[in-house]
Design a protein around this ligand. Structure first.
Ligand SMILES: NC(=O)c1ccc[n+]([C@@H]2O[C@H](COP(=O)([O-])OP(=O)(O)OC[C@H]3O[C@@H](n4cnc5c(N)ncnc54)[C@H](O)[C@@H]3O)[C@@H](O)[C@H]2O)c1
Length: 337
């Protein structure tokens, strides 16, 4: 039996990772350590086998709580826990610096103290900044780290913290840098679920600037498999860029959602652009493909339709998130803690 310590496992990607890991391997046990910020939702974990999935409500910045929750026989820490929304980091960066940087340091210290065999840091392509419009440039693992938002800067800092632990203390660690994820259970402040939720309710769809920012979209389960393969096959000290070679203009994404839902384009409202809005992200995933043996399995068309269907068929989930009721779920399930 392998034991993994997953942080941020009540969020969008962490919960997808836990679901697939438990489904794929009966010999896996997961400790899911999450402080349940506004983005953490235990409804994302409903139905999981409680013998193999143990939820611990804790903050990654809280050293004694992390040490108390982390057993001695852990095969890997997967660090998903983060403040993850760029817009929020522009409004206030404090929590981003605390969780994304200090929290990563605390986890690395705990990993050393408890002899954890491998540390997997879930990073983002945003650490590499922005690419010029209409160019044939791509982010590779040797692209410089040039973060442009407080969120990206905090994630880049976390990468340096991981690097320092590898170089100074010989910690075994790999880093994954993925592009924009989409799929079921994503908090509806991010582009795709926000547009789906608003369109389903015939509410206006706010689109930043001219709508021509380009993102490299990947289906969440493809990202999760890449993280797993980075754990299994990645070389310590290496970063792996993860992307599906799927560049899309934001406005095309919005049109595709409206088309799929049969809603009119006049729901679109162009709004003042995000400050410092990165223009284009595009990932060259050659290293992950060749070294990790990874390739994406879900096409953009299938993934988007599947995602829209999920939101359509899980309206209570959307309503609970939008109304804040999902926060009651924890109290109903676990009482006041
Ligand atoms: N969403 C994307 O498109 C994307 C792309 C590339 C990389 N990433 C990275 O993947 C990871 C997961 O992203 P996501 O979209 O699932 O995020 P999310 O915001 O949906 O979930 C984050 C989770 O971390 C938890 N958390 C936050 N602060 C914490 C703390 N101090 N202690 C313990 N738990 C805490 C939250 O409660 C939540 O469950 C992040 O590290 C993010 O930077 C995300």
């Amino acid at each position: 039996m392998k034991t993994f310590f997953v942080t941020g496992g009540a969020g969008f990607i962490g919960s997808a990772f836990i679901r697939s890991l438990l489904a794929d391997d009966p010999n896996v046990r997961i400790i899911n350590y999450d402080s349940l910020t506004y983005a953490g939702n235990l409804e994302n974990l409903a139905g999981l086998d409680e013998n193999r999935h143990v939820f611990v409500n804790g903050d990654i910045c809280d050293r004694s709580s992390v040490l108390a929750a982390l057993p001695d026989d852990v095969d890997a820490i997967f660090n998903f826990a983060a403040e993850s929304h760029v817009d929020r980091s522009i409004t206030s960066a404090d929590e981003f610096l605390r969780t994304n940087i200090i929290g990563t340091q605390v986890l690395l210290d705990a990993a050393r103290a408890k002899g954890v065999r491998r540390f997997v840091q879930i990073s983002t392509d945003e650490v590499m900044g922005s690419l010029p419009d209409e160019s044939d440039e791509y982010f590779t693992e040797s692209s410089p780290l040039q973060p442009n938002s407080p969120y990206a800067a905090s994630k880049a800092s976390a990468e340096f913290i991981v690097r320092a632990a590898i170089e100074t203390f010989g910690v075994d660690a790999v880093i994954t840098r993925c592009g924009n994820n989409y799929g079921p259970r994503q908090f509806p402040e991010k582009l795709i679920p926000l547009m789906i939720a608003n369109a389903m309710n015939d509410e206006p769809l706010p689109v930043y600037g001219d709508g021509k920012n380009v993102r490299d979209w990947i289906y969440v389960d493809d990202h999760c498999r890449a993280i797993w393969l980075a754990y299994e096959n990645g070389r310590s000290g290496e970063a792996y860029n993860i992307g599906s070679r799927n560049e899309q203009y934001n406005i095309d994404v919005v049109h595709a959602i409206l088309d799929a839902l049969g809603k009119p384009y006049d729901l679109i409202r162009y709004v003042t652009d995000r400050l410092g809005h990165d223009r284009r992200y595009a990932i060259d995933p050659t290293k992950a493909e060749t070294e990790l043996g990874w390739k994406p399995l879900t096409s953009w068309e299938d993934g988007l339709i599947g995602t829209i269907d999920w939101y359509r068929n899980n309206q209570p989930w959307v309503e609970h998130v939008r109304s804040g009721e999902y926060r009651e779920y924890y109290r109903r399930m676990y009482g006041e803690v």
